[in-house]
Design a protein around this ligand. Structure first.
Ligand SMILES: N[C@@H](CCC(=O)N[C@@H](CS)C(=O)NCC(=O)O)C(=O)O
Length: 219
């Protein structure tokens, strides 16, 4: 059986993406969860991941150590799982918005680290975070307007849940945790993502974790 190496569910945004993809693909995996920011984190992740990062998927003698690479691996292993949209134009845009997330939005990611247990007061976004939120809202609105009907007319970026939703799921979680000011369409998308069965399962399992990262919890 393959192994999926993850960081703590409360905080590890990239791990959430990889896990959502692997579960959507229906791959059978054993999960190893390694708490981040402990004295042993680097050595523990280093046993599995050449980059020292999670998520990492180990399947036999193959290691896949990046969330976008895991998306492509899942799409190839499970071609009928809908990892990417079936329509070629939608698929190209889904890959574009996923790559933009993968490479960008540093202000948002830095200011509002994922923290699924945060219930504190809303934090006002500074100008850089507000600019990231505006760009993400524009991406979501464009995807929904052009491709949102999908095959099912579902509520996700391309109608049906796909890798692009997995890539933005931690952003949604941050928006909920930190009380991002959003327009009604973005709010509706966030509600749909948080209610997805896989997001509920991840959140439930996160709620049983006891590891804490105090500087994130202090925000
Ligand atoms: N580009 C990577 C980023 C992975 C990443 O930065 N993961 C963080 C956790 S969310 C990590 O492994 N950090 C290692 C550490 O904190 O020691 C991907 O897409 O998977």
């Amino acid at each position: 059986m393959a192994t999926l190496i993850l960081g703590n569910r409360i905080y590890s945004s990239w791990s959430l993406r990889g896990w959502l993809l692997v579960r959507q693909a229906g791959l059978a995996v054993e999960e190893i969860v390694i708490p981040l920011r402990t004295p042993d984190t680097a050595s523990e992740i280093g046993k599995h991941s050449p980059s020292g990062k999670v998520p990492t998927l180990v399947a036999g003698d193959l290691t896949v150590w990046d969330s976008l690479a895991i998306a492509e691996y899942c799409a190839e292993q499970a071609p009928d799982a809908g990892i990417w949209p079936a329509n070629a134009a939608a698929r190209a845009v889904a890959r574009s918005v996923s790559a933009e997330m993968h490479a960008g939005f540093q202000a948002l990611r830095g200011a509002w680290p994922m923290n699924l247990k945060r219930k504190g007061p809303a934090l006002a976004p500074d100008a850089a975070v507000a600019a990231d939120i505006a760009r993400i809202s524009a991406i979501w609105a464009d995807c929904r307007a052009r491709f949102g009907q999908g095959r099912s007319g579902g509520p996700f970026l391309f109608g049906d849940w796909c890798a692009a939703d997995a890539m933005y799921a931690p952003v949604v979680s941050r928006y909920v945790s930190y009380g991002a000011p959003l327009d009604p369409q973005a709010t509706a998308y966030c509600t749909a993502v948080m209610n997805h069965p896989l997001m509920r399962e991840w959140s439930e399992r996160a709620s049983t974790e006891t590891w804490a990262i105090s500087d994130i919890d202090a925000l």
